[in-house]
Design a protein around this ligand. Structure first.
Ligand code: SAM
Ligand code: DTB
Ligand code: SF4
Length: 325
């Protein structure tokens, strides 16, 4: 396994002829995974809107005038109902998201309780609650949390164009705290925010230089939400998105690469190319946090056409990594 990728090398991957890039991605994918399996995670926004941060892509920031209303933390019973439905529909992981800069006080205790109950249902639990201290990471681990999602979003250079209220360093510190507790890391970013290929290569380099790599790498296509500063951006060329997935697959061969936000408007053919490029995880269920996603029924139909099977729960993700290290 390599952890010394340079931005230039990764730019070189982005510049490969498309067919060569896809071939390399397939080789990496098949050496580490069953290429016909896709992991399914279902998202639930347990605390929506009213966020004090200024992330320019985000409909939940209180600074922008979007249709998203600020809501209170959901009640545990409702969250468990959503988790049960997700499990019945075939998701192996339940991910709870909160529009917070960081978790605080009683609300954090209530989320710990939700995590304990999701674990009692025999599902993998993931949460994305903003920045974490070492103590908070320890409490999440103790409650049984399997994965923590915290994205880098873009490369260090482009970052200052996107977010001013927290630094890149803050993000790396949170990831360090998650890792120190032995939880699995879910960390990726967004493409289509007006960044250059070099910025995309820089983002992948940051991820691929982590040792160990994040177990889960969500690649989000920007969802251009009305009212956010990014609503008018031009669409990213689909091939650039597929290339980003392929490059993530090649540089982090044993990680789950997730075809994440933006899937609602992707054609079946586009999604199939993303799977061919090495994506082996998706958000499953009709909603992401505040925006739409493919219906479970559409996904079932597409998986059937492609001969894709949902991945069973992975007990010890690190054991498989050792085989091809
Ligand atoms: N507030 C917490 C945080 O920022 O860490 C957790 C929730 S936040 C909504 C999780 C991630 O969703 C962001 O880091 C970003 O990568 C992604 N995201 C948010 N809005 C998006 C959009 N419009 N399009 C694509 N991805 C988006
Ligand atoms: C991630 O990388 N993408 C998810 C999840 N982690 C939390 C969120 C996507 C959000 C898309 C915009 C919305 O629905 O609000
Ligand atoms: Fe808040 Fe997270 Fe949205 Fe940023 S991405 S505004 S921190 S909810």
């Amino acid at each position: 396994m390599r952890y010394d990728w340079t931005v230039e090398e990764i730019e070189g991957l982005f510049e490969l002829p498309f067919n060569d890039l896809m071939f390399r991605a397939q080789q990496a994918h098949r050496a580490n995974f069953d290429a016909n399996e896709v992991q399914l995670s279902t998202l639930l926004s347990i605390k929506t809107g009213g966020c004090p941060e200024d992330c320019k892509y985000c409909p939940q920031s209180s600074r922008y005038n979007t249709d998203v209303e600020s809501e209170l933390l959901m009640k545990k019973d409702e969250v468990m109902k959503a988790a049960r439905i997700a499990r019945e529909k075939g998701a192996s992981r339940f991910c709870m998201g909160a529009a917070w800069r960081e978790p605080k006080g009683r609300a954090f205790e209530l989320v710990l309780d939700m995590i304990r109950e999701v674990k009692a249902m025999d599902m993998e639990a993931c949460a994305t609650l903003g920045m974490l201290t070492a103590e908070q990471a320890a409490k999440l681990k103790e409650a049984g949390l399997d994965y923590y999602n915290h994205n880098l979003d873009t490369d260090p250079e482009y970052y200052k164009e996107i977010i001013s209220t927290r630094s890149y360093e803050d993000r790396l510190d949170t990831l360090k705290n998650v890792r120190a507790e032995g939880m699995s890391v879910c960390c990726g970013g967004i493409v289509g925010m007006g960044e250059t290929v070099r910025n995309r290569a820089g983002m992948i380099a940051q991820l691929a230089r982590m040792n160990p790599h994040p177990e889960s790498v969500p690649i989000n296509m920007l969802v251009k939400v009305e009212g956010t500063p990014m609503q008018e951006l031009d669409d990213l060329d689909n091939f650039e998105f597929i290339r980003t997935i392929a490059v993530a697959r090649i540089t982090m061969p044993s990680s789950h690469v997730r075809l994440s936000a933006g899937r609602e408007v992707m054609s079946e053919e586009m999604q199939a190319l993303c799977f061919l490029a090495g994506a082996n995880s998706v958000f499953y269920g009709e909603k992401l946090l505040t925006t739409g996603n493919q219906d479970a029924e559409n996904d079932q139909a597409l998986f059937k056409k492609l001969g894709i099977r949902p991945e069973e729960r992975v007990e010890v993700p690190s054991s498989r990594r050792m085989v091809n290290a």
